[in-house]
Design a protein around this ligand. Sequence first.
Ligand SMILES: O=P(O)(O)OC[C@H]1O[C@](O)(CO)[C@@H](O)[C@@H]1O
Length: 241
Amino acid sequence: MELLKVSNYDEMSERACSFIIEKINHTSLPVLGLATGSTPEGLYQHLIRSYQNDEASFNHVHTFNLDEYVGLPKADKNSYDYYMNEKLFKHIGIPREQTHLPNGNAPDLKQEASDYESLIQQTGNVDIQILGLGLNGHIGFNEPGTPFSSRTHVVDLDDSTREANARFFSSINEVPEQAITMGIETIMESNEIILLVSGESKAAALARLMDGEVSEDFPASILNRHPNVRIIADVAACSSL
Ligand SMILES: O=P(O)(O)OC[C@H]1O[C@](O)(CO)[C@@H](O)[C@@H]1O
């Protein structure tokens, strides 16, 4: 893993944007793995700016999001479908049929998870997977204890994750109890991973990741075994290293 220490959130976002633009400008059919949450919002703003400045086109790009809540209508402002459309897709001219998220409203969720996994496999490897880091070490919605061999699946969200995400909802009771997420093995098959980490609240999680011990109790620790991981972290997130 390569750690790129930057001064602040904006620099983290800008650096990540440059890596992505470089990739999509030099790949004929690039596949991006995308994340939600607060962390990648700045990256998406930079990507939009690059598109507006004619530095990048997204016509030929395919995307797969890591996860989606179960049971939120797509039009709900907390669904990840809504998030991606509002914060990125509708601003960059990407054909919407080339963007993919798991359907958290599918009648058969297990089947949906398996179909999503198959679609990723058919499209080919994800070229760059963007990840955020959960306070408990989750990546995607793979909570502590998830087998490293997992593929896209339905998960019961940890109370700590529901609490962390309650800030986006009117109360914790509104936060869904389940989600569909790419599995850890699915994520590990990406050619390249960029993990974004910002703020002091993530310092302990980043320190645990960097200490090198690989354990299913801390899902992100598996990244120590991936051959091509770049961590872009700001000074505050690096404060416990
Ligand atoms: O970026 P945040 O909001 O701190 O969240 C960390 C991670 O947790 C999630 O919100 C849940 O998967 C991810 O989308 C994100 O990468």
